[in-house]
Design a protein around this ligand. Sequence first.
Ligand SMILES: C[S@@+](CC[C@H](N)C(=O)[O-])C[C@H]1O[C@@H](n2cnc3c(N)ncnc32)[C@H](O)[C@@H]1O
Length: 323
Amino acid sequence: MNGEVLTLKVAETADREEFRQAVLDGLARSPRAIPAKFLYDARGSALFDDICGLPEYYLTRTETSILRERAGEIAALAGPGCALVEFGSGSSVKSRLLLDALPDLAVYAPIDISRQHLDESARRLGRDYPALTIEPICADYMVLPALPAIGHAARRRLGFFPGSTIGNLEPADATSFLRRARRLLGEGGALVLGADLKKDPRLLHDAYNDSAGVTAAFSLNLLRRMNRELHANFNLESFAHEAFYNSEEGRIEIYLRSLCDQSVVVAGRRFTFSAGERIHTEYSYKYDLAGLEALARSGGFTVGRTWTDPAGLFAVAWLEAIP
Ligand SMILES: C[S@@+](CC[C@H](N)C(=O)[O-])C[C@H]1O[C@@H](n2cnc3c(N)ncnc32)[C@H](O)[C@@H]1O
């Protein structure tokens, strides 16, 4: 086994052990909950890409249109010679709009927890941008202590956190994330943040309950992942995806609901579910512009600019690190 393969095996074993611990803790808790980051194995990431193309999922096309229109302005604010650090980069599709616009980019560092998907996306990007230095970082951005030696020569570090991924974090975690990003980006750092806005709950409901059932497949994939990686025996037919907007909390809530009384073995432990019992898998918080500004400030940033689409569905904000 060569060194690179061995390092990968060690990393995959650590990933699996973290998943096992989180699942066993999450299923033993009441109410049951598994952190959303585990939705993204290779298949989960591919399904998320499919979600991005759904007619009901206005988020991706709306954010992309804002970024396309504002890429020049963002590049002017960033200036030449930046290091671009993306949090939760997925397939790095929107990133290309910034890569094309930013002058003399020193390095692009995509950070994602989905190891195989990150490697494949970085390889594709390398083929399309042969002159660009790409430093993929497979890590949990909630605990990443420092950026490896990237962009030392860069004039400033520019963070990019699109996709309404900030919405998956509960407010206190969103603040912790921003504080960490502020530290990682350093003095003079800036962050381009994409956040979904509060709107007609019917639009929100449809975005997370698409008619083709892709979002349901994405949710249920968590059970499939447990079956594969943790020797679980979930019957995917006995659980259903459930997503609804909680207007009091200003968030979409997503669960896997047990359709009958049943028991399941996961990593050698038995768990019983009664009909209707749920496992929480994800939140997607929706913001208004005042809430976004307050969040930015709590995380050590000020909002320099905010751009929205004409219908006010989505916001992209330029945040600057408070010195
Ligand atoms: C909602 S998707 C957004 C993907 C892409 N940025 C976009 O805008 O389409 C969230 C991405 O963040 C990654 N992710 C989720 N939680 C993470 C964590 N704690 N650390 C690192 N990456 C994470 C997922 O693997 C996924 O690629």
